[in-house]
Design a protein around this ligand. Sequence first.
Ligand SMILES: Nc1ncnc2c1ncn2[C@@H]1O[C@H](COP(=O)(O)OP(=O)(O)OP(=O)(O)O)[C@@H](O)[C@H]1O
Ligand SMILES: [Mg+2]
Length: 231
Amino acid sequence: MELLKTGIIGLDDMILGGIPKGHIVAVMGPPGTGKSTFSLQFIYTGLKNNENCIYLSLEESEENIIKTASIYGWDMKPYITNKKLALVNLSTLNFKSTIDRVENELPNLIKLFHGTRFAIDPITLYEMIHDSEPERRNHLFNFARLIKETGITAVITSEISKENPFYSRYGLIEYIADGVIILRQVRPADMSAVTTVIEISKMRHTDHSKEVKPYNITKNGIVVHSGDEVF
Ligand SMILES: Nc1ncnc2c1ncn2[C@@H]1O[C@H](COP(=O)(O)OP(=O)(O)OP(=O)(O)O)[C@@H](O)[C@H]1O
Ligand SMILES: [Mg+2]
């Protein structure tokens, strides 16, 4: 089984080397826990490995994505120039029709581009365009199938549910995904500091770690302290 390293120190150990090729992995967490950083780190690791990558942002402009990445020391510009990275920003104007267009073009783009890594940050806006649960479920299911058929390996970030931090906003993506990674903030009883922790709640075909591990966002991106205990 071919594995794609996330490039996140400690995490690749927890999943025994990397994300199995062709998997869709959902990365979920509350605001500021590093979802965008995670997706950028996954893409940048691919670019460093001479892979072709596609990054679809539903929130940030292309300029902002490049800036965020550069703060971590990841220079995306040469890869865009050399056509190794396709940065796609979905404008919130006419969101529905833009999504239709992207869906129509995506399989071809992935094929022509020989893309091996795909990231969407975050999927939540995509889900919000529907008012009813069946519509949302159908759309997400079809979208996942479309991605799966291309054979690309994908990281899809998601906001979490307000009621339960172990579920995504709409509670759908975790069923569609082959892997689910949960980012969380925990506070000690004395409320002295916040610790960010990561856990893998699912990774198909992998005897992954079931432990909860602390992580930090550093100037070089996310670092998981897989040797440390939280509890
Ligand atoms: N250079 C840095 N060094 C250390 N920590 C940083 C640095 N840059 C950003 N951070 C941390 O990363 C957090 C933002 O991470 P990121 O944008 O990836 O989170 P997110 O989950 O995508 O947030 P949102 O839900 O708002 O989209 C900041 O709140 C800060 O704690
Ligand atoms: Mg973000």
